[in-house]
Design a protein around this ligand. Structure first.
Ligand SMILES: Nc1ncnc2c1ncn2[C@@H]1O[C@H](COP(=O)(O)OP(=O)(O)O)[C@@H](O)[C@H]1O
Ligand SMILES: [Mg+2]
Length: 348
């Protein structure tokens, strides 16, 4: 469990310090008071990434030199500092130069409003979701993914040069390599979505009677990918790019008989994504044997009162949860924090 959080020069927080004394923390405050930034800080210290920007200098408070997050859990202290020179991470005050030494200890799952893109966005968003979650729990997945991308790039640049009459020896070699790595990705993604689907359905049922399913849409299966790379190589040569493979994969959420991307309302989509995140939390725990902290950013908005009540009642009790909203709620056994401008600027 996270025991304390310190943000320094992080977004609008000059110094924000929070000692946690209950498993369920609820932060409320007006728009722009820095609620999302607190969750972003925790996420950043867990994953070394922001969930809302790829430009990490944005995290540094205006006119400051660095931003810092320090998180203490039961027995460790994690620290991340970002400046214009890059990022540095420490565990128990000892610098960790290798990302792999820092990652994987403080596990979080975040729900944020832009996660609706998982349903509404392009296939790229869903491929990134599958890849990001898989590589977190299985380091070998990252190797296969990187090799696949490298071979794909080589093959595509060769396809731009090669002529229909040329000798295809090297193209064939690259095709074989692509296939070898590609089927590992396809099989791992399939297994991930199969396992996630079971947990997802169970979580979604708590909110609604609708029938939902995660449906993997691999661009190719094992057999057809091989066939394509061999028999339809001519097409790739004509189009000068690798037309098929796991780099074109997708999945969708079937909602009753429909594709939720075009069918479900904003509120329904939100519940689907929330159930997906709760499933993900259970999935990561089952794979890693580590406790996962749930971060919920503005999760209640766009849910009607009844759905909000169900949601708060069904929140997993055995997990640490840190959530925020604009309004306070009436609930026992939670640590309520009102975020005010004064709090953000507290001097230590
Ligand atoms: N690097 C930064 N320096 C100073 N202020 C920032 C920085 N980045 C964002 N902000 C400001 O921080 C405020 C808090 O943002 P946010 O955490 O999203 O608020 P909330 O979630 O409470 O609505 C916003 O008003 C934003 O303009
Ligand atoms: Mg916010």
């Amino acid at each position: 469990m996270i025991q304390s959080i310190l943000l320094k020069n992080f977004r609008n927080h000059e110094t924000f310090k929070l000692e946690i004394n209950k498993p369920f923390v609820y932060i409320y405050g007006e728009n722009g008071s820095g609620k999302t930034s607190i969750l972003e800080g925790i996420y950043f210290c867990s994953t070394t990434k922001s969930h809302r920007t790829s430009d990490e200098k944005e995290l540094i408070k205006t006119n400051e030199m660095f931003a810092q997050v320090v998180i203490k859990n039961d027995d460790q202290t994690y620290e991340i500092v970002v400046s214009k020179f890059g990022k540095r991470t420490k565990v128990n005050h000892v610098e960790k130069r290798k990302l792999s030494e820092f990652l994987g200890h403080l596990n979080v799952v975040m729900f944020a409003p832009n996660d609706l893109e998982l349903i509404q966005g392009s296939p790229l968003v869903r491929r990134q979701f599958m890849d990001f979650e898989l590589l977190q729990v299985d380091k070998s997945y990252l190797n296969h993914l990187n090799t696949y991308k490298k071979v794909l790039k080589q093959r595509n640049s060769l396809l731009k040069k090669v002529d229909i009459k040329d000798d295809y020896t090297f193209l064939n070699i690259l095709g074989d390599q692509l296939y070898e790595q590609g089927i590992i990705l396809i099989n791992q993604r399939k297994q991930f979505l199969d396992e996630l689907n079971i947990l997802f359905k169970a979580n979604y049922q708590k909110f609604s009677q609708n029938v939902v399913d995660i449906i993997y849409k691999p661009d190719q299966d094992e057999a057809s990918f091989k066939k394509h790379l061999q028999k339809q190589q001519r097409q790739d040569i004509l189009y000068q790019t690798t037309l098929t493979g796991p780099h074109r994969d997708d999945f969708f959420i079937r909602f009753n008989a429909f594709d939720s991307k075009t069918y479900t309302s904003q509120g329904e989509t939100r519940l689907i994504v929330i159930a997906l995140k709760l499933a993900l939390l259970e999935w990561i725990e089952s794979k890693t044997n580590h406790k996962v902290v749930l971060l919920l950013d503005d999760v209640l908005s766009e849910l009607d009162q009844q759905k909000q009540d169900i949601f708060l009642k069904t929140l997993p009790k055995q997990h640490q949860i840190i959530m925020n909203s604009v309004m306070p709620i009436d609930m026992d056994h939670i640590q309520m924090i009102e975020l005010t401008k004064e709090r953000t600027h507290v001097k230590l």
